[in-house]
Design a protein around this ligand. Sequence first.
Ligand SMILES: [Zn+2]
Length: 499
Amino acid sequence: MSKQNLLIYNTLSRTKQLFTPIVEGRVGMYVCGPTVYGDAHLGHARPAITFDLLFRYLQHLGYKVRYVRNITDVGHLEHDADEGEDKIAKKARLEELEPMEVAQYYANRFHDAMKALNCLPPSIEPHATGHIIEQIQLVKEILENGYAYESQGSVYFDVDKYNERYRYGKLSGRNLTDVINNSRELEGQSEKHNQVDFALWKAAQPEHIMRWPSPWSNGFPGWHCECTAMGRKYLGSHFDIHGGGMDLVFPHHECEIAQAVASQGDDMVKYWMHCNMVTIGGQKMGKSLGNFITLNEFFTGSHEKLSQAYSPMTIRFFILQAHYRSTVDFSNEALQAAEKGLQRLMNAIADLKRITASKESDAETHRVASELRQKCYDAMNDDLASPTVISHLFEATNTVNRVLDHKGSISAEDLEDFASTMHLFAEEILGLLPLGATEGASPAREEAFGHVVDMLLEQRAIAKANKDWTTSDRIRNELTALGFEIKDGKDGSTWTLNK
Ligand SMILES: [Zn+2]
Protein backbone atom coordinates (compact mmCIF):
# COMPACT_ATOMS: atom_id res chain seq x y z
CA MET A 1 0.00 0.00 0.00
CA SER A 2 1.40 3.29 -0.97
CA LYS A 3 0.39 6.51 0.68
CA GLN A 4 0.95 8.24 -2.68
CA ASN A 5 -2.32 6.83 -3.99
CA LEU A 6 -4.86 8.91 -2.12
CA LEU A 7 -7.16 10.79 -4.48
CA ILE A 8 -9.30 13.58 -3.12
CA TYR A 9 -11.86 15.73 -4.89
CA ASN A 10 -10.79 19.34 -5.08
CA THR A 11 -13.76 21.70 -5.34
CA LEU A 12 -11.49 24.26 -7.00
CA SER A 13 -10.46 22.03 -9.93
CA ARG A 14 -13.70 19.98 -9.90
CA THR A 15 -11.63 16.80 -10.29
CA LYS A 16 -10.19 14.10 -8.11
CA GLN A 17 -6.52 14.87 -7.57
CA LEU A 18 -3.65 12.88 -6.20
CA PHE A 19 -2.99 14.09 -2.68
CA THR A 20 0.58 15.31 -2.26
CA PRO A 21 1.34 17.36 0.84
CA ILE A 22 3.21 20.66 0.60
CA VAL A 23 5.69 19.49 3.24
CA GLU A 24 6.62 15.83 2.99
CA GLY A 25 5.13 13.69 5.74
CA ARG A 26 3.01 16.50 7.17
CA VAL A 27 -0.51 17.69 6.53
CA GLY A 28 -2.07 21.00 7.50
CA MET A 29 -5.85 20.84 7.54
CA TYR A 30 -8.33 23.59 8.43
CA VAL A 31 -12.04 22.91 8.85
CA CYS A 32 -14.71 25.54 9.52
CA GLY A 33 -16.17 24.78 12.92
CA PRO A 34 -19.44 25.58 14.64
CA THR A 35 -21.01 28.94 15.42
CA VAL A 36 -21.76 28.48 19.09
CA TYR A 37 -25.17 30.01 19.62
CA GLY A 38 -27.26 26.83 19.60
CA ASP A 39 -27.07 23.04 19.89
CA ALA A 40 -25.39 21.10 17.11
CA HIS A 41 -27.82 19.29 14.79
CA LEU A 42 -27.48 16.43 12.32
CA GLY A 43 -26.30 18.86 9.63
CA HIS A 44 -23.30 19.76 11.84
CA ALA A 45 -22.47 16.11 12.46
CA ARG A 46 -21.77 15.61 8.77
CA PRO A 47 -18.65 17.82 8.32
CA ALA A 48 -17.44 16.77 11.78
CA ILE A 49 -17.62 13.05 10.85
CA THR A 50 -16.36 13.57 7.27
CA PHE A 51 -13.22 15.40 8.33
CA ASP A 52 -12.72 13.08 11.30
CA LEU A 53 -12.62 10.23 8.74
CA LEU A 54 -10.01 12.13 6.71
CA PHE A 55 -8.01 13.04 9.87
CA ARG A 56 -7.99 9.40 10.99
CA TYR A 57 -7.03 8.08 7.54
CA LEU A 58 -4.22 10.58 6.97
CA GLN A 59 -2.78 9.69 10.37
CA HIS A 60 -3.10 6.00 9.56
CA LEU A 61 -1.15 6.61 6.34
CA GLY A 62 1.66 7.91 8.53
CA TYR A 63 1.24 11.66 8.09
CA LYS A 64 1.73 13.98 11.01
CA VAL A 65 -1.47 15.99 10.75
CA ARG A 66 -2.24 19.37 12.30
CA TYR A 67 -6.01 19.64 12.27
CA VAL A 68 -7.35 23.12 13.06
CA ARG A 69 -11.08 23.62 13.58
CA ASN A 70 -12.27 27.02 14.73
CA ILE A 71 -15.06 28.11 17.03
CA THR A 72 -17.01 31.06 15.67
CA ASP A 73 -18.01 33.05 18.73
CA VAL A 74 -18.44 36.44 17.08
CA GLY A 75 -19.23 38.15 13.84
CA HIS A 76 -21.56 35.71 12.10
CA LEU A 77 -24.49 37.95 11.30
CA GLU A 78 -27.99 36.81 10.62
CA HIS A 79 -29.07 35.93 7.07
CA ASP A 80 -25.33 35.58 6.23
CA ALA A 81 -25.46 39.25 5.34
CA ASP A 82 -23.42 42.09 6.73
CA GLU A 83 -26.34 43.79 8.41
CA GLY A 84 -28.50 42.72 11.29
CA GLU A 85 -27.66 41.61 14.76
CA ASP A 86 -24.77 39.40 15.69
CA LYS A 87 -26.29 35.95 16.36
CA ILE A 88 -24.44 35.43 19.62
CA ALA A 89 -25.13 38.91 20.98
CA LYS A 90 -28.83 38.52 20.16
CA LYS A 91 -29.14 35.23 22.02
CA ALA A 92 -27.26 36.73 24.97
CA ARG A 93 -29.69 39.63 25.27
CA LEU A 94 -32.67 37.34 25.07
CA GLU A 95 -31.36 35.13 27.82
CA GLU A 96 -29.65 37.89 29.80
CA LEU A 97 -26.31 36.13 29.72
CA GLU A 98 -22.84 37.34 28.88
CA PRO A 99 -22.09 36.57 25.19
CA MET A 100 -19.05 34.53 26.23
CA GLU A 101 -21.24 32.58 28.63
CA VAL A 102 -23.51 31.60 25.75
CA ALA A 103 -20.50 30.71 23.58
CA GLN A 104 -18.92 28.61 26.34
CA TYR A 105 -22.17 26.79 27.13
CA TYR A 106 -22.75 25.76 23.52
CA ALA A 107 -19.08 25.00 22.89
CA ASN A 108 -19.15 22.57 25.84
CA ARG A 109 -22.30 20.92 24.50
CA PHE A 110 -20.75 20.71 21.02
CA HIS A 111 -17.68 18.97 22.49
CA ASP A 112 -19.91 16.48 24.36
CA ALA A 113 -21.76 15.64 21.13
CA MET A 114 -18.46 15.25 19.20
CA LYS A 115 -17.10 12.92 21.88
CA ALA A 116 -20.27 10.82 21.72
CA LEU A 117 -19.87 10.58 17.93
CA ASN A 118 -16.27 9.45 18.51
CA CYS A 119 -14.85 12.39 16.54
CA LEU A 120 -11.25 12.93 17.57
CA PRO A 121 -10.58 16.42 18.94
CA PRO A 122 -8.74 18.71 16.53
CA SER A 123 -5.10 19.56 17.24
CA ILE A 124 -5.97 23.24 17.74
CA GLU A 125 -9.40 24.77 18.27
CA PRO A 126 -8.96 28.55 18.02
CA HIS A 127 -11.72 30.98 18.94
CA ALA A 128 -12.47 33.96 16.69
CA THR A 129 -12.64 36.28 19.71
CA GLY A 130 -9.14 35.22 20.73
CA HIS A 131 -7.76 36.35 17.35
CA ILE A 132 -9.03 39.89 16.89
CA ILE A 133 -5.46 41.24 16.56
CA GLU A 134 -4.67 38.80 13.72
CA GLN A 135 -7.91 39.73 11.96
CA ILE A 136 -7.18 43.46 12.26
CA GLN A 137 -3.75 42.75 10.78
CA LEU A 138 -5.34 40.93 7.84
CA VAL A 139 -7.72 43.85 7.19
CA LYS A 140 -4.76 46.30 7.31
CA GLU A 141 -2.88 44.26 4.69
CA ILE A 142 -5.87 44.15 2.36
CA LEU A 143 -6.35 47.91 2.77
CA GLU A 144 -2.65 48.59 2.11
CA ASN A 145 -2.81 46.51 -1.07
CA GLY A 146 -5.77 48.56 -2.29
CA TYR A 147 -8.47 45.88 -2.22
CA ALA A 148 -10.58 47.38 0.52
CA TYR A 149 -11.96 50.76 1.54
CA GLU A 150 -13.11 52.38 4.74
CA SER A 151 -16.64 53.70 5.00
CA GLN A 152 -18.17 55.20 8.15
CA GLY A 153 -15.90 53.25 10.48
CA SER A 154 -16.41 49.95 8.63
CA VAL A 155 -14.05 48.35 6.12
CA TYR A 156 -15.35 46.60 3.02
CA PHE A 157 -13.65 44.32 0.52
CA ASP A 158 -13.65 45.92 -2.94
CA VAL A 159 -14.85 43.00 -5.08
CA ASP A 160 -14.83 44.99 -8.35
CA LYS A 161 -11.24 46.12 -7.87
CA TYR A 162 -10.18 42.59 -6.98
CA ASN A 163 -11.95 41.21 -10.01
CA GLU A 164 -9.96 43.44 -12.36
CA ARG A 165 -6.90 41.33 -11.64
CA TYR A 166 -8.17 38.10 -10.08
CA ARG A 167 -11.36 36.12 -10.33
CA TYR A 168 -13.93 36.43 -7.57
CA GLY A 169 -16.13 33.34 -7.92
CA LYS A 170 -13.55 30.78 -9.05
CA LEU A 171 -14.36 28.31 -6.28
CA SER A 172 -18.13 28.38 -6.70
CA GLY A 173 -17.99 28.85 -10.48
CA ARG A 174 -20.05 32.04 -10.33
CA ASN A 175 -19.31 35.12 -12.32
CA LEU A 176 -19.58 38.58 -10.89
CA THR A 177 -22.70 39.49 -12.88
CA ASP A 178 -24.57 36.48 -11.42
CA VAL A 179 -23.43 37.41 -7.96
CA ILE A 180 -24.61 41.00 -8.38
CA ASN A 181 -27.97 39.90 -9.78
CA ASN A 182 -28.47 37.51 -6.88
CA SER A 183 -27.52 39.91 -4.10
CA ARG A 184 -30.40 41.47 -2.28
CA GLU A 185 -30.26 45.19 -1.60
CA LEU A 186 -30.49 45.29 2.16
CA GLU A 187 -31.29 48.32 4.21
CA GLY A 188 -28.27 50.22 5.51
CA GLN A 189 -25.90 48.94 2.86
CA SER A 190 -25.47 52.37 1.33
CA GLU A 191 -22.05 52.67 2.94
CA LYS A 192 -20.81 50.00 0.50
CA HIS A 193 -19.59 51.06 -2.95
CA ASN A 194 -21.04 47.95 -4.48
CA GLN A 195 -23.62 45.55 -3.17
CA VAL A 196 -21.35 42.49 -3.60
CA ASP A 197 -18.66 44.00 -1.37
CA PHE A 198 -18.41 42.21 1.95
CA ALA A 199 -17.45 43.48 5.39
CA LEU A 200 -13.94 42.98 6.72
CA TRP A 201 -14.61 45.13 9.78
CA LYS A 202 -17.90 46.49 11.07
CA ALA A 203 -18.39 49.53 13.26
CA ALA A 204 -20.52 48.46 16.23
CA GLN A 205 -23.90 50.07 16.78
CA PRO A 206 -24.36 51.55 20.28
CA GLU A 207 -26.38 48.51 21.41
CA HIS A 208 -23.79 46.06 20.12
CA ILE A 209 -22.08 44.44 23.11
CA MET A 210 -19.30 42.44 21.41
CA ARG A 211 -16.82 45.12 20.29
CA TRP A 212 -13.10 45.78 20.10
CA PRO A 213 -11.01 48.88 19.33
CA SER A 214 -9.44 49.11 15.86
CA PRO A 215 -7.88 51.84 13.67
CA TRP A 216 -11.31 52.32 12.06
CA SER A 217 -13.87 52.11 14.87
CA ASN A 218 -14.92 50.21 17.93
CA GLY A 219 -16.39 47.21 16.24
CA PHE A 220 -15.93 43.60 15.27
CA PRO A 221 -14.45 41.61 12.37
CA GLY A 222 -16.46 40.37 9.38
CA TRP A 223 -17.26 36.66 9.55
CA HIS A 224 -14.93 35.58 6.72
CA CYS A 225 -11.82 37.08 8.32
CA GLU A 226 -11.37 34.62 11.16
CA CYS A 227 -10.67 31.52 9.04
CA THR A 228 -8.15 33.33 6.83
CA ALA A 229 -6.37 34.86 9.84
CA MET A 230 -6.36 31.72 12.00
CA GLY A 231 -5.58 29.33 9.14
CA ARG A 232 -2.50 31.37 8.33
CA LYS A 233 -1.47 31.74 11.98
CA TYR A 234 -1.53 28.01 12.75
CA LEU A 235 -0.87 26.36 9.37
CA GLY A 236 1.23 28.93 7.53
CA SER A 237 0.60 31.02 4.42
CA HIS A 238 0.23 27.85 2.33
CA PHE A 239 -1.39 24.71 3.68
CA ASP A 240 -2.87 21.51 2.30
CA ILE A 241 -6.57 21.11 3.00
CA HIS A 242 -9.42 23.44 3.80
CA GLY A 243 -12.74 21.74 4.46
CA GLY A 244 -16.31 22.47 5.36
CA GLY A 245 -19.90 21.93 4.31
CA MET A 246 -20.91 22.66 0.73
CA ASP A 247 -23.06 25.55 1.91
CA LEU A 248 -19.83 27.35 2.82
CA VAL A 249 -18.46 27.37 -0.74
CA PHE A 250 -20.31 30.62 -1.38
CA PRO A 251 -19.90 33.17 0.03
CA HIS A 252 -17.67 32.10 2.93
CA HIS A 253 -14.85 30.23 1.18
CA GLU A 254 -15.02 32.42 -1.91
CA CYS A 255 -14.43 35.40 0.37
CA GLU A 256 -11.63 33.57 2.19
CA ILE A 257 -9.82 33.01 -1.11
CA ALA A 258 -10.27 36.69 -2.05
CA GLN A 259 -8.92 37.80 1.35
CA ALA A 260 -5.89 35.52 1.09
CA VAL A 261 -5.08 36.59 -2.47
CA ALA A 262 -5.65 40.28 -1.70
CA SER A 263 -3.36 40.13 1.35
CA GLN A 264 -0.56 37.82 0.21
CA GLY A 265 -0.87 37.56 -3.59
CA ASP A 266 -2.07 33.95 -3.78
CA ASP A 267 -4.47 31.51 -2.09
CA MET A 268 -3.32 29.66 1.01
CA VAL A 269 -5.11 26.40 0.22
CA LYS A 270 -4.05 23.52 -2.06
CA TYR A 271 -7.15 21.29 -1.77
CA TRP A 272 -10.64 22.63 -1.04
CA MET A 273 -12.91 19.84 0.21
CA HIS A 274 -16.65 20.08 0.82
CA CYS A 275 -19.15 17.59 2.17
CA ASN A 276 -22.73 17.63 1.03
CA MET A 277 -25.78 18.46 3.11
CA VAL A 278 -28.17 16.49 5.25
CA THR A 279 -31.69 16.93 3.93
CA ILE A 280 -35.04 16.36 5.52
CA GLY A 281 -37.88 15.77 3.09
CA GLY A 282 -35.49 16.86 0.33
CA GLN A 283 -34.77 20.25 1.95
CA LYS A 284 -31.50 21.25 3.59
CA MET A 285 -31.56 20.70 7.36
CA GLY A 286 -30.48 23.99 8.87
CA LYS A 287 -30.85 26.47 11.63
CA SER A 288 -32.20 29.19 9.38
CA LEU A 289 -34.98 26.95 8.00
CA GLY A 290 -35.93 25.73 11.49
CA ASN A 291 -36.26 22.11 10.28
CA PHE A 292 -33.35 20.69 12.22
CA ILE A 293 -33.17 17.91 14.80
CA THR A 294 -30.36 18.35 17.33
CA LEU A 295 -27.91 15.57 18.07
CA ASN A 296 -29.13 15.38 21.67
CA GLU A 297 -32.68 14.91 20.41
CA PHE A 298 -31.44 12.00 18.27
CA PHE A 299 -29.57 10.46 21.23
CA THR A 300 -32.64 10.70 23.49
CA GLY A 301 -35.41 10.29 20.90
CA SER A 302 -37.04 13.50 22.12
CA HIS A 303 -38.31 15.06 18.88
CA GLU A 304 -41.70 14.59 17.27
CA LYS A 305 -40.13 13.45 13.99
CA LEU A 306 -38.21 10.61 15.71
CA SER A 307 -39.88 7.26 16.30
CA GLN A 308 -37.11 6.17 18.71
CA ALA A 309 -33.72 7.22 20.14
CA TYR A 310 -30.65 6.60 17.98
CA SER A 311 -27.23 5.96 19.48
CA PRO A 312 -24.33 8.20 18.48
CA MET A 313 -22.74 5.23 16.67
CA THR A 314 -25.93 4.72 14.63
CA ILE A 315 -25.75 8.38 13.59
CA ARG A 316 -22.07 8.01 12.69
CA PHE A 317 -22.70 4.85 10.68
CA PHE A 318 -25.71 6.47 8.94
CA ILE A 319 -23.53 9.40 7.81
CA LEU A 320 -20.66 7.13 6.68
CA GLN A 321 -23.00 4.91 4.66
CA ALA A 322 -23.24 7.75 2.13
CA HIS A 323 -20.30 9.18 0.25
CA TYR A 324 -19.41 12.56 1.72
CA ARG A 325 -20.17 14.37 -1.57
CA SER A 326 -23.70 12.89 -1.84
CA THR A 327 -26.68 14.21 0.07
CA VAL A 328 -28.05 12.20 2.98
CA ASP A 329 -31.79 12.32 3.52
CA PHE A 330 -33.03 11.83 7.05
CA SER A 331 -35.77 9.26 7.71
CA ASN A 332 -36.54 6.94 10.61
CA GLU A 333 -36.49 3.96 8.21
CA ALA A 334 -32.99 4.81 6.98
CA LEU A 335 -31.72 5.25 10.54
CA GLN A 336 -33.27 1.97 11.67
CA ALA A 337 -31.62 0.20 8.73
CA ALA A 338 -28.30 1.81 9.74
CA GLU A 339 -28.80 0.63 13.33
CA LYS A 340 -29.35 -2.98 12.16
CA GLY A 341 -26.43 -2.87 9.74
CA LEU A 342 -24.07 -1.47 12.36
CA GLN A 343 -25.10 -4.14 14.85
CA ARG A 344 -24.55 -6.91 12.30
CA LEU A 345 -21.08 -5.58 11.46
CA MET A 346 -19.99 -5.07 15.07
CA ASN A 347 -21.43 -8.47 16.10
CA ALA A 348 -19.31 -10.11 13.40
CA ILE A 349 -16.17 -8.36 14.68
CA ALA A 350 -16.92 -9.52 18.24
CA ASP A 351 -17.76 -13.03 16.99
CA LEU A 352 -14.35 -13.40 15.32
CA LYS A 353 -12.93 -14.10 18.80
CA ARG A 354 -15.21 -17.09 19.14
CA ILE A 355 -14.26 -18.79 15.88
CA THR A 356 -12.00 -21.82 16.12
CA ALA A 357 -9.57 -21.88 13.20
CA SER A 358 -9.42 -24.91 10.95
CA LYS A 359 -6.40 -26.24 9.11
CA GLU A 360 -7.50 -24.58 5.88
CA SER A 361 -9.95 -22.01 4.65
CA ASP A 362 -12.56 -22.94 2.09
CA ALA A 363 -11.94 -21.24 -1.27
CA GLU A 364 -14.54 -18.49 -0.89
CA THR A 365 -13.45 -17.59 2.66
CA HIS A 366 -9.83 -17.44 1.57
CA ARG A 367 -10.70 -15.19 -1.36
CA VAL A 368 -12.62 -12.74 0.82
CA ALA A 369 -9.92 -12.76 3.51
CA SER A 370 -7.04 -12.21 1.13
CA GLU A 371 -8.73 -9.40 -0.84
CA LEU A 372 -10.35 -7.49 2.02
CA ARG A 373 -7.51 -5.22 3.12
CA GLN A 374 -6.54 -4.02 -0.35
CA LYS A 375 -10.17 -3.48 -1.37
CA CYS A 376 -10.73 -1.30 1.70
CA TYR A 377 -7.58 0.72 0.96
CA ASP A 378 -8.61 1.15 -2.68
CA ALA A 379 -12.00 2.47 -1.58
CA MET A 380 -10.52 4.90 0.95
CA ASN A 381 -7.96 6.08 -1.59
CA ASP A 382 -10.77 6.81 -4.04
CA ASP A 383 -11.84 10.08 -2.39
CA LEU A 384 -12.78 8.44 0.94
CA ALA A 385 -15.44 6.08 -0.45
CA SER A 386 -16.72 5.02 2.96
CA PRO A 387 -19.88 3.30 1.57
CA THR A 388 -17.63 1.02 -0.50
CA VAL A 389 -15.48 0.24 2.55
CA ILE A 390 -18.67 -0.64 4.44
CA SER A 391 -19.85 -2.93 1.61
CA HIS A 392 -16.51 -4.81 1.75
CA LEU A 393 -16.84 -5.10 5.53
CA PHE A 394 -20.34 -6.53 5.01
CA GLU A 395 -18.96 -9.12 2.61
CA ALA A 396 -16.52 -10.06 5.37
CA THR A 397 -19.40 -10.13 7.88
CA ASN A 398 -21.31 -12.61 5.68
CA THR A 399 -18.21 -14.80 5.50
CA VAL A 400 -17.74 -14.71 9.29
CA ASN A 401 -21.38 -15.70 9.77
CA ARG A 402 -21.03 -18.52 7.24
CA VAL A 403 -18.06 -19.92 9.18
CA LEU A 404 -19.94 -19.52 12.46
CA ASP A 405 -22.84 -21.47 10.92
CA HIS A 406 -20.35 -24.22 10.01
CA LYS A 407 -20.97 -23.67 6.32
CA GLY A 408 -17.34 -22.76 5.79
CA SER A 409 -13.94 -23.05 7.40
CA ILE A 410 -11.16 -20.58 8.06
CA SER A 411 -7.44 -20.97 8.65
CA ALA A 412 -5.69 -19.28 11.58
CA GLU A 413 -3.88 -16.98 9.15
CA ASP A 414 -7.07 -15.87 7.37
CA LEU A 415 -8.82 -15.45 10.70
CA GLU A 416 -6.04 -13.14 11.88
CA ASP A 417 -6.27 -11.21 8.59
CA PHE A 418 -10.01 -10.73 9.01
CA ALA A 419 -9.66 -9.66 12.62
CA SER A 420 -6.92 -7.10 11.99
CA THR A 421 -8.47 -5.66 8.80
CA MET A 422 -11.98 -5.39 10.22
CA HIS A 423 -10.66 -3.79 13.38
CA LEU A 424 -8.50 -1.36 11.39
CA PHE A 425 -11.18 -0.17 8.98
CA ALA A 426 -14.33 -0.37 11.13
CA GLU A 427 -12.87 0.89 14.39
CA GLU A 428 -9.68 2.84 13.70
CA ILE A 429 -10.54 4.46 10.37
CA LEU A 430 -14.36 4.64 10.22
CA GLY A 431 -14.21 5.35 13.96
CA LEU A 432 -17.04 2.97 14.93
CA LEU A 433 -16.78 2.05 18.57
CA PRO A 434 -16.77 -1.66 19.40
CA LEU A 435 -19.90 -3.17 20.93
CA GLY A 436 -20.23 -2.34 24.59
CA ALA A 437 -17.84 0.61 24.39
CA THR A 438 -20.67 3.14 24.66
CA GLU A 439 -23.19 3.97 27.38
CA GLY A 440 -20.67 3.59 30.18
CA ALA A 441 -19.77 -0.07 29.56
CA SER A 442 -16.12 -0.84 28.95
CA PRO A 443 -14.79 -3.43 26.50
CA ALA A 444 -12.95 -5.18 29.36
CA ARG A 445 -16.19 -5.46 31.31
CA GLU A 446 -18.03 -6.79 28.26
CA GLU A 447 -15.31 -9.34 27.71
CA ALA A 448 -15.57 -10.55 31.31
CA PHE A 449 -19.35 -11.01 30.94
CA GLY A 450 -18.72 -12.83 27.66
CA HIS A 451 -16.46 -15.31 29.48
CA VAL A 452 -19.22 -15.97 32.00
CA VAL A 453 -21.60 -16.88 29.17
CA ASP A 454 -18.91 -19.13 27.66
CA MET A 455 -18.58 -20.86 31.05
CA LEU A 456 -22.34 -21.44 31.22
CA LEU A 457 -22.26 -22.99 27.74
CA GLU A 458 -19.42 -25.26 28.87
CA GLN A 459 -21.53 -26.36 31.85
CA ARG A 460 -24.37 -27.02 29.43
CA ALA A 461 -22.08 -29.10 27.20
CA ILE A 462 -21.06 -31.18 30.26
CA ALA A 463 -24.73 -31.61 31.22
CA LYS A 464 -25.55 -32.72 27.67
CA ALA A 465 -22.65 -35.18 27.69
CA ASN A 466 -24.10 -36.60 30.93
CA LYS A 467 -27.56 -36.71 29.30
CA ASP A 468 -28.74 -34.26 31.99
CA TRP A 469 -31.33 -32.68 29.69
CA THR A 470 -33.09 -30.75 32.48
CA THR A 471 -29.92 -28.76 33.29
CA SER A 472 -28.92 -28.28 29.66
CA ASP A 473 -32.40 -27.02 28.68
CA ARG A 474 -32.64 -24.77 31.71
CA ILE A 475 -29.32 -23.03 30.84
CA ARG A 476 -30.41 -22.62 27.25
CA ASN A 477 -33.88 -21.28 28.10
CA GLU A 478 -32.64 -18.82 30.67
CA LEU A 479 -29.95 -17.46 28.35
CA THR A 480 -32.55 -17.15 25.58
CA ALA A 481 -34.88 -15.28 27.93
CA LEU A 482 -32.07 -12.83 28.66
CA GLY A 483 -31.73 -12.13 24.94
CA PHE A 484 -28.89 -14.51 24.04
CA GLU A 485 -29.19 -16.48 20.84
CA ILE A 486 -27.53 -19.89 21.20
CA LYS A 487 -26.42 -21.77 18.11
CA ASP A 488 -25.46 -25.41 18.45
CA GLY A 489 -22.94 -26.79 15.98
CA LYS A 490 -20.81 -29.87 15.66
CA ASP A 491 -17.83 -28.11 17.32
CA GLY A 492 -19.89 -26.84 20.25
CA SER A 493 -22.20 -23.88 20.82
CA THR A 494 -21.83 -20.20 20.08
CA TRP A 495 -23.83 -17.23 21.28
CA THR A 496 -24.78 -13.75 20.24
CA LEU A 497 -26.57 -11.11 22.28
CA ASN A 498 -29.52 -9.59 20.44
CA LYS A 499 -29.77 -6.39 22.45
ZN1 LIG B 1 -14.60 29.28 7.95
